[in-house]
Design a binder for this molecule. Structure first.
Ligand code: COA
Length: 198
């Protein structure tokens, strides 16, 4: 369904995971856990090798089954270093609705990488998967993630009460949507901002 090759932005390479990414993935996740586990249910305090292995296995099979598409984010000038993850998956194939998720390793945040990688995954979602609508679910209080949604032109559509359990607490999430027609209008802005290669 999707080609397994790399996608590029001005600074980044996004590519499907391989089994040999295990160590670099563990390194990135383990060094970012205090930031990740505030917002992401999978990032529990003991996250380690076994969790990363399960993720990699599932990622490879989800890709080959056309269910979900996870990308490892790498710097063009440092391809052995895992910068973070960005993913797109189907919510409804019939209605061509997808969802996007992401995390960036703590040492690399606040340099625009999250926005740049998410802009590129939107190009995958709309140009390659042919989606009609992409959603983001963001925990209430996660300002950094809300800023990515705002910068990319998503509309905050509502509140999902107690949507996910994080660290034993049910957490409300806002739901954000971007339509294909809106993406087409925003695409030139993404390139002007330096997030996508023109
Ligand atoms: C959310 C996350 C992906 C942002 O990544 P990033 O690479 O720092 O994002 P960018 O550098 O592109 O910054 C995007 C915007 O968020 C702002 N921002 C980044 N970190 C922030 C923070 N901790 N608090 C408030 N704003 C923040 C940036 O300043 C920028 O806004 P601006 O252009 O108005 O200055 C990253 O913080 C992360 O992985 N968090 C933990 C996991 C997570 O929350 N994933 C998303 C779940 S929905």
């Amino acid at each position: 369904m999707l080609s397994g090759g790399s996608r590029f932005t001005p600074r980044l390479e996004l590519r499907p995971f391989r089994r040999r990414d295990l160590d670099s993935l563990i390194d990135a996740a383990a060094s970012s856990l205090p930031d990740l586990n505030k917002w992401l249910p999978w990032a529990h305090a003991g996250y380690g090798r076994r969790d990363a292995l399960v993720f990699l296995r599932d990622s490879v099979s989800a890709w080959s089954e056309g269910r979900a598409f996870d990308f490892t984010i790498r710097y063009l000038d440092n391809p052995g270093f895992h910068v973070g993850n960005v993913s797109v998956w189907f919510v409804s194939r019939q209605s061509r609705v997808g969802e996007v998720g992401y995390w960036i390793r703590s040492s690399e945040t606040k340099t625009g990488v999250g926005t740049e990688a998410t802009a590129r995954i939107l190009a995958v979602a709309f140009d390659e998967l042919g989606l009609h609508r992409v959603v983001l679910r963001i925990a209430v209080g996660n300002r950094a993630s809300e800023r990515i949604a705002e910068k990319l032109g998503f509309t905050r559509e509502g509140l999902l009460r107690q949507e996910l359990q994080i660290n034993g607490e049910w957490v409300d999430h806002s739901i954000w949507g971007l339509l294909e027609s809106e993406y087409r209008l925003k695409r030139a802005h993404y390139a002007d901002a330096g997030w996508l290669t023109a």
